[in-house]
Write a protein of this length. Structure first.
Length: 240
């Protein structure tokens, strides 16, 4: 489930739902480092995996997210193996990468109370990259085969736009491309994921081999739920 409200109270409510995982977004919502930290703290007591998506693959942003305790990153708009490799480097300490060493100041190491954090940190981080353009699809196998990339997540909305089907991620041409992408990712031995709010599509992509699927968002549930209340009560009252 997607947490797009940027709100720790909402994140905690959803963390207790029994879902497998949440994604805290920074790309399309007013969510900054401090609000992301508050959400991480709110969901920490719950047995749920939490991914954070920065707005870009900037190495400085990634360093800050890792230091506040993010262990699962999902980075948007990756279009080449070189970009994927650079992201891997941003999540690793030297000599395996370029992550700055600031563990004494960081929540991730419990302020150096985790004595072996610098030694074990790299192993505890998962990195998912999003492929959501025709350029990315052309390089998909190379991206999925990049050492250090744990999963590739297909974004049908942006992919549809890139293919000339803006606002039509359910078009058969787009769906076929997504299914082929899932097949290509899994053939590389990498986990495939996808965004699919429509249940029929979600189940179709799971059948195609997707291992993790984004099926809802807090703001969408609130919007549709309040729309439904208005239809059932406000409109009928106005007509009475």
């Amino acid at each position: 489930m997607w947490i797009a409200s940027g709100n720790s109270y909402t994140a905690e409510i959803c963390a207790g739902s029994g879902l497998d995982w949440l994604m805290l977004d920074q790309e399309h919502v007013p969510n900054d480092l401090r609000s992301t930290l508050a959400q991480l703290q709110a969901v920490a007591p719950y047995p749920i995996e939490v991914l954070v998506r920065p707005a870009s693959g900037d190495a400085v942003v990634i360093k800050q997210l890792l230091d506040i305790g993010v262990t699962n990153l999902i980075v948007p708009m990756v279009e080449s193996a070189d970009e994927a490799a650079a992201l891997v480097a941003a999540t690793r300490y030297p000599p395996n990468g370029i992550r700055g060493v600031g563990s004494a100041l960081a929540r991730a190491s419990r302020w150096n109370r985790t004595s072996d954090y610098l030694i074990t940190a790299d192993e505890g981080i998962s990195l998912t990259v999003q492929v959501e353009s025709t350029a990315g699809l052309a390089e998909l196998k190379a991206i999925a085969s990049t050492p250090g990339i744990d999963a590739v997540f297909i974004g049908p909305a942006d992919l549809a736009a890139s293919m000339g089907y803006l606002g039509r991620p359910q078009d058969p041409v787009v769906v076929k491309a997504v299914e082929q992408a899932i097949s290509d990712i899994t053939a590389c031995g990498t986990v495939a994921g996808v965004n699919a709010f429509d249940e029929t599509l979600a189940r179709r992509y799971i059948a195609a081999g997707a291992r993790f699927v984004l099926v809802g968002a807090d703001v969408a549930i609130l919007a549709r739920g309040s729309d439904d209340l208005a239809r059932r009560y406000v409109v009928s009252d106005r007509n009475s």
